[in-house]
Design a protein around this ligand. Structure first.
Ligand code: FES
Ligand code: FES
Length: 155
């Protein structure tokens, strides 16, 4: 079936199998491999992207469901060479180690701040419940998100 999806501001038309998952479409058809697959079972959040501005796990969305929609992936977050403030905050506060969860974590964090521009630490932790990280213990991720929200960071 034919799907038309705007990804990172660019319109794409492709013939896809009806069962194609959005994450596989992004990675395999468009070569946008920043969106990772960690579990394929809606558990880890490594595949998080924005679909019409909402954070979604792209392993649970069919490419066909995104027909006519706008998708933003981690590759589309920066403005050219200028990193997004959330990416800068993750870098500054060491919110990553191996980096596998990071694209999904950053996309979820951007969406979290859109909904809650000044979250508490608890709200950040709660907002990240769908995104797993095996490396960092989350502390620096939470710090980065609070810093990106313009609030002081916990010790
Ligand atoms: S790969 Fe989508 S939630 Fe883990
Ligand atoms: S930085 Fe390794 S899984 Fe999060």
């Amino acid at each position: 079936m034919n799907v038309g999806i705007t990804v990172n501001g660019e319109q794409h038309e492709h013939d896809v199998e009806p069962r194609t998952l959005l994450v596989h479409y992004l990675r395999e058809q468009l070569g946008l491999t920043g969106t990772n697959v960690g579990c394929d079972t809606t558990s880890c959040g490594a595949c998080t992207v924005h679909l019409d501005g909402e954070s979604v796990k792209s392993c649970t969305v069919l490419a066909a469901q995104a027909d006519g929609c706008e998708v933003t992936t981690i590759e589309g977050l920066a403005a050219g060479p200028q990193l997004h403030p959330m990416q800068l905050a993750f870098r500054e506060h060491h919110g990553l180690q191996c980096g596998f969860c990071t694209p999904g974590m950053v996309m979820a964090a951007v969406s979290l701040l859109r909904e809650h521009p000044a979250p508490t630490e608890d709200e950040v932790r709660h907002g990240l419940e769908g995104n797993l990280c095996r490396c960092t213990g989350y502390h620096n991720i939470v710090k980065a998100i609070l810093a990106a929200s313009g609030q002081g960071t916990p010790a």
